[in-house]
Design a protein around this ligand. Sequence first.
Ligand code: SAM
Length: 401
Amino acid sequence: MNVQIKKLDDFGRGIAFIDDKITFIPYVLENELVEYKITEKRKKYNQAEALSIFEKNENRIETRCPYFFVCGGCCLQHMNLLLEEQFKKDKVINILKKFAGIESYNLNFIGGDRYFYRNKITLTVENGKIGLLRERSNQLVEIDRCYLVHEQLNDIIKVLKVLVRKEMGISKIMLRLGYRTNEVMMAIVGKVKHIDDFLALSDSLIVNQKVVSKRYISSYIMDKKFCVGSSSFFQVNDQVVEYLYQEIINQIKHLNSKRVLDLYCGVGTIGISLSPYVDEVVGIEVVKEAIEDANYNKEINDIRNIRFIHSRVEDILDQLPTNYDTIIIDPPRSGLDRKTRDFLKRINSKYIIYISCDPITFARDLKDLKEKYQLLSIKLFNMFPGTYHVECLSLLSLKDV
Ligand SMILES: C[S@@+](CC[C@H](N)C(=O)[O-])C[C@H]1O[C@@H](n2cnc3c(N)ncnc32)[C@H](O)[C@@H]1O
């Protein structure tokens, strides 16, 4: 049985109508004519699998990764880059229109390398095998290499594949690579028998959150050095994060901002990067280890005009001064809570720079902030090529009252 794909949803799945019922089919593209098999029937929708494709979309390409159709970690590798960019632009435009009532057209899109860009991977270990968990399941997909992950980490995965055959007590291994330092962090969950094997592969080894060798690795973003512990957040795409931070610095210089609040600051990367251009920065972050790293990063970069506070953003807002001219917000996927949005509307800072990795919560927050702020620009950064995720950078200015 054949069906034509009408369009893609926000997760890159094809949408078709079979007997008038919406049907999701992964790994297909718009207008393709596919032979399908229904894999799951639900009350409101079906899931199906494409068995063969008769009329291919001109932007379809051969996928490089042998696990692409089984792993689910990335889902756009069958598109060429042109189509991936258009898909992400359209997705953000549609979401902003639907959830925030904002019409945006020519979104600027800044990309980077399509493969081997990630500086971090979390692997699952089971019965002497190592790999990734199939999307939305506990099924292990054994891998030799991941096409999204830096090749130096892929070389380590090949060695780990041999090592884990002798280790039956390990369940997870997180690998992280320092940019321009090539330092390797390995954080293991479980019982390790041959610890020397893992020490030989890493600069920083952590087992069950206990430090075995060194607590952190070092990495660079532009000319600043950052130490990162295993519990701290660090952006996964070293190339695109430099484009993103350079754009934030350009905006800060252009706006002539002097007093900056850096909410959800992680290990202090944004605040430290822009500190040479402003008088004062205050960073706020909930993870204690990240604040320890941020304070260390302030010292090693010899930065004097920045201060970090360990707190949930929503718990400290009422105690902060209200004279910041620019507030930078880079929250997790869940976006801003109501208390933080109310604070932003009350504080009357001239500008907000909002960095988001989830267009839906971003749109919800913009809809609320629109009462007091007008949207000046949105730029998209392809921080996660091959996946349906996209990073948005937006600039808002206080409306004249
Ligand atoms: C997307 S990351 C951004 C980190 C940093 N700005 C960067 O570019 O590396 C979000 C950060 O927010 C922190 N976070 C999450 N919820 C928080 C909260 N309620 N208050 C403060 N920080 C929070 C996380 O620990 C994480 O470090």
